[in-house]
Write a protein that binds this ligand. Structure first.
Ligand SMILES: NC(=O)c1ccc[n+]([C@@H]2O[C@H](COP(=O)([O-])OP(=O)(O)OC[C@H]3O[C@@H](n4cnc5c(N)ncnc54)[C@H](OP(=O)(O)O)[C@@H]3O)[C@@H](O)[C@H]2O)c1
Length: 336
């Protein structure tokens, strides 16, 4: 089947940032779409994800994922409707794929996943039922396992990974779940909406003292999304043989020197396990996770929030916003 769609808007990397990125690092252009080859689909993107890890891809550095290329469109997770197909995925299907940051995407069908929009809203597959949800689940069920009775500390707790992680920790039997976030509105949300037992506003004063007050008996499990001051304080307040999932280190993504270095000798003497993780290593657990999380969403165990920017032209602002904390829950861009 063919359509009349032959050009599409997309966002290019216009310049690499020096420190914190700005709108000037991005450019919106309209370009011709390539013809479909056998095995490909044309997708009209309806939602796209912006994620903190994309900051690293703006630098020309070798990493676990290739850098964005200057003058080329950015990419990342997106959801859309198939409008043309030369594959066994039918026109009209809703798919997730990795060619975000554009209105229309020509995608190899083998790299797209048809999603069940009866089970959940399409955009949930970019957040609570997508990689951020799976990150929270894998971190707490495998990387730093939560056991019944544990005290668990979650950083960036009002964000996509953190807000889901706090609720999963509770569902796994944690005795006490503590979250940190920036500002009074977010800490209130942790307590009132996401069911945390205690909330720490890291901008409001000494993090270690706040954490000690929130966890008088110490912490057993820490999900670290921040690094720097948070990792340092968590090690100091951790109990013997605690477990830490090293998930992210957003306080350093713009290259700022870490103001506070974690005391790893203290981690040694406390016999703390620190284990890094990449969610891509847990993709085989997606079906198990989606099954459990869809059940938790349906029965109210899991509550979710999204911050939505409208239109492709707002994607850079949404991305800059997720780095600076303008989101609660998953930061998303709705297209078209
Ligand atoms: N390892 C993996 O495979 C994997 C997968 C997904 C995500 N991650 C990591 O997990 C973390 C959370 O990702 P996400 O997608 O869920 O993003 P998110 O938490 O929804 O958004 C990022 C949040 O980080 C907080 N933040 C920014 N600068 C900070 C700072 N200097 N100190 C403390 N908090 C700061 C902001 O919240 P406040 O307003 O509270 O500051 C912001 O909302 C990131 O580090 C990300 O790289 C890792």
């Amino acid at each position: 089947m063919t359509t009349q769609i032959r050009t599409g808007k997309e966002i290019l990397l216009a310049a690499r940032p020096d420190g914190a990125p700005t709108a000037a690092n991005f450019e919106l252009v309209e370009r011709p779409l390539p013809e479909l080859a056998e095995g490909q689909i044309l997708v009209r993107n309806t939602w796209m994800s912006v994620d903190p890890y994309m900051r690293g891809r703006m630098d020309d550095k070798e990493s676990y994922i290739p850098p964005f290329q200057l003058g080329a469109p950015l990419d990342g997770s997106a959801v859309g409707e198939v409008v043309e197909s030369r594959s066994d995925i039918p026109v009209g299907a809703t798919v997730t794929h990795f060619a975000g940051w554009r209105e229309f995407a020509v995608v190899d069908a083998a790299t797209a996943t048809v999603i069940d929009t009866e089970l959940a809203s399409p955009q949930h597959y970019l957040g609570v039922l997508g990689t951020t949800g799976l990150t929270a689940y894998a971190a707490l069920t495998e990387v730093a396992r939560v056991k019944p009775g544990d005290t668990v500390f979650i950083s960036a707790a009002a964000g996509a990974v953190g807000s889901v992680a706090g609720q999963i920790a509770e569902a796994l039997g944690a005795k006490r779940v503590i979250g940190s976030a920036g500002g009074a509105a977010k800490t209130a949300l942790l307590l009132e909406e996401f069911g945390f037992d205690a909330a720490v506003d890291y901008r409001a004063g000494n993090l270690k003292e706040q954490l000690e007050a929130a966890a008088p008996e110490g912490i057993d499990v820490y999900l670290d999304s921040v690094g720097g001051d948070h990792l340092k304080a968590a090690i100091e307040v951790m109990r013997q043989a605690g477990r830490i999932a090293l998930v992210g280190a957003i306080s350093g993504y713009n290259g700022a020197a870490a103001e506070q270095t974690p005391d790893l000798y203290l981690a040694a003497t406390k016999e703390i396990t620190l284990r890094g993780m990449l969610v891509t290593s847990f993709f085989d657990r997606f079906p198990e996770y989606i099954g459990r999380a869809a059940g938790w969403l349906a029965d109210g165990t899991l509550r979710t929030r999204e911050t939505v920017y409208e239109g492709l032209e707002q994607a850079p602002a949404a991305f800059l916003g997720v780095l600076s904390g303008l989101n609660t829950g998953k930061m998303l861009v709705r297209l078209g």
